[in-house]
Structure formats: C-alpha cells, structure tokens
Design a protein around this ligand. Structure first.
Ligand SMILES: Cc1ncc(COP(=O)(O)O)c(C=O)c1O
Length: 379
C-alpha cells in the first residue's frame, strides 16, 4: 500500500464516535417512522410516546415510563416526584456531567458531594455517612460510562436514613447489577436520549422509569403543566414532553439496542485483551455480577493529555469525561470546596480518557487504537 493510500484510507482514521455509520445502516427505517408520524399529524403525547414508555419500562424492569423533554428534565421531575424541595440536600458524586447537580439546583435544593471509588468511578457508598445531615432528602446514584453504581449499600444506607434514591441512568441503559437492570433499583431512574447515548434520539429527549404508580401519575402531571385533567392544573408543572417524532425514531433504534449492546461488549473485550496488564494503562473495571453497557470505554493513564495529543496526531479520536470535577466548577465556588476535598474524583478527572466506542467499530480500529496507546506508554 502506498503512503498516500495509507494516509487517506478511512479505516485508519478512527473517530471517537461515528453516528453517521449507524444512520447509514438504519436510515431507511428511521425515515419511514418519521413519515408515519407526519401522516398521523399527531405530534405530542400520542401512540409512539406511549409505546416507547411501555417498551423502555420493560427493558429496565420497571413498571412505568414517563417520557420527558431531556435527561436533565427527567432528573428535575424525578427529584420533585420524590418530594425533594427547596432547601433540602441531595448527595451526588462530583465526577459526573454537570446536569446531575444542576437538576438539584433547579428546584432550589443543594447538591452535597460524596467522593467516588477510584476503580469504578461511581459514588463510594462508604463516603455517604460523612455527607448526610438532617437536611438530606435523597441520593442520586450515577451509573457512569455504562457501569452500575454499587447499589446494595447505597439502598441500605438510604433505608436507614429514610432517604429517596434516584438513579441517573443517562449513560447506562441496558447495564445490570447482580441480576437487576439499572433503572429498576430505585424510587425513580432517569434516562437521557441525547444523540450520543447508547439509545440516542435525533434531538433532546429523556424518560423517567419507576415502579411506583403514584409517582408515575404525579410525573405525568408534572411534565404537562401539572394538569390532572384537561385544563385543570393541580400543581405547578411545566411543559416537558417527549415528542412523537423522537419517540418513533427511538422505537426503531430500540429494536437494534440488544445487538448494539453485544457489539459494544465485544469491542470492550477486544480492547481489554490488548490493554490488560500493560504497565501505565488501567482498563475499565467490570466487577463480578455486573453487566457493563460500555457507553464509554474509559482507561486511566497518568499522562492523559499527552496521550490524547498522541492519538490525535494519529487520527484517533478520544474524549475526556470529565476534566473538571463538579466541586471545582466555577458554578459551585459558593459551596467553598477546594482542591483535595474529593481526591478520587480529582485524580480521575486528570487521568481518564475514553477511547473510540460505538457498535460499528471495526476490529482493525481497535487494534490500531490499542497499539497506539501501548506505544505511548512504552516509549
Ligand atoms: C450522567 C448524565 N446525567 C444527565 C445527563 C443529562 O441528559 P440530557 O443531556 O438529556 O439533558 C447526561 C447527558 O447528557 C449525563 O451523561
């Protein structure tokens, strides 16, 4: 192969995510699903949304699904439906997307951080006792990167302190924990359909799943102006509805989710086979009895920024989720935290890097990415 062919061969450039490859495979079905909604002229709270709610609740092993406008709205509404009010405290990890915390702020409550475990990147149940106060009302357990948080001790702690538990399942649809699905273990669980998620829409969207009929009924009111009947509002809600076009698109994609999920797991296993035992690289942990959804394949490397540049120079995409832990964000300067307060979150923020991961990835890509990472740490 000539040098020129090598430099321009698409197989050699590896994006971190390639949504176009997925659209190329299922575009026809997506366009047909959209056309069906257009023909029906029913755009809000119709059959597609209702069917998606049933299908996703069943996927998560929960009784009810309530479609909303985004994952962030799902968190805000779930907090409200769990009785969290202004002035209450909610314990969350500082190593997550800002939406987990800003949802708490949105209802006038206060996010209180508990550090993460360095190996799973999820909230450390043994740090909860230090953070709980008389004002604590709930814990949000984030399942980061596709891996469930260690739910049993979190749920036990919550029971002992009469706290509600909300799962932030934005990144981990399809993951399991000791035989249970993420989304089925708490008072309410929140899903995001942001386009890059494992089940991503073609715009914003989200859902709450819950086993409580009472909470589900309240959530249906809250997402629709607090209306208990048409034009009768029982409490202040607002407009946060998942539209029919998004629901129809997501229903097409949902049929492929198990296949995509398996592909992600095969890719992750291929990466780990190459990277496990390489000094200087820590591949993701998959604890026994956990099913990882591999939204991201995230490794840990001391010289993370230099590795990212090294990969970039070789046309290999990567991403850092998240470079600044929440307690050190300008948004939370008023909470008075300083460097050193949550050492595991800070350390992770400096060292994590997510390698290319999507179902359509080729095994040649994986070998190329892993070999580049190994070259970097051994040079
Ligand atoms: C962990 C986490 N929580 C919440 C959200 C918010 O979801 P959305 O972007 O749909 O509002 C996201 C994704 O963006 C996320 O990754």
């Amino acid at each position: 192969m000539s040098e020129h062919t090598q430099a321009t061969s698409p197989i050699l450039a590896v994006p971190q995510l390639d949504l176009a490859a997925q659209y190329a495979a299922i575009g026809e079905e997506i366009r047909a699903a959209i056309a069906k909604v257009l023909a029906s002229q029913q755009f809000i709270l119709g059959r597609e949304g209702a069917a998606l709610e049933t299908e996703l609740a069943s996927l998560c092993g929960a009784a009810h699904g309530i479609g909303v406008a985004s994952g962030t709205d799902a968190l805000i509404l779930a907090l409200r439906a769990c009785g969290v009010c202004a002035g209450d405290e909610v314990i969350i990890p500082p190593f997550t997307f800002v939406a987990t915390a800003s949802a708490v702020n949105a209802i006038g409550a206060k996010p209180v951080f508990a550090d993460i475990r360095p190996d799973s990147y999820n909230i450390d149940p043994s740090d909860l006792q230090r953070r709980v106060t008389r004002k604590t009302k709930a814990i949000i357990a984030v399942h980061l990167y596709g891996l469930s948080a260690d739910m049993d001790p979190i749920l036990e702690f919550a029971r002992g302190h009469d706290l509600r538990v909300i799962e932030d399942n934005a990144q981990s649809l399809g993951a399991t924990y000791k035989g249970r699905h993420t989304g089925s273990m708490s008072d309410a669980a929140c899903i995001s359909f942001y386009p890059t998620k494992n089940l991503g829409g073609y715009g914003d969207g989200g859902m709450i799943v819950t086993n409580s009929s009472e909470r589900a009924a309240r959530l249906r009111m809250l997402r629709n102006h607090g209306q208990s009947a048409r034009y009768v509002s029982s409490e202040a809600g607002w407009n946060s509805r998942l539209d029919e076009i998004q629901a129809a698109i997501l229903r097409v994609k949902l049929r492929y989710l198990p296949e995509w999920q398996r592909a992600r797991q095969v890719h992750a296993a291929a990466y780990s086979k190459l990277l496990l035992g390489v000094p200087g690289i820590a591949p993701p942990l998959v604890p026994e009895n956990y099913g990882h959804a591999f939204h991201q394949y995230t490794i840990r490397v001391e010289q993370r920024d230099a590795l990212q540049q090294f990969l970039n120079e070789r046309n290999i995409g990567s991403a850092v989720y998240y470079p600044v832990p929440l307690h050190l964000q300008p948004l939370y300067s008023s909470l008075g935290h300083k460097v050193g307060d949550f050492p595991h979150a800070e350390h992770a923020a400096k060292e994590v890097i997510s390698l290319p991961m999507y179902p359509e990835l080729h095994s040649e890509h994986i070998t190329r990415v892993a070999e580049a990472a190994i070259e970097f740490v051994t040079k």
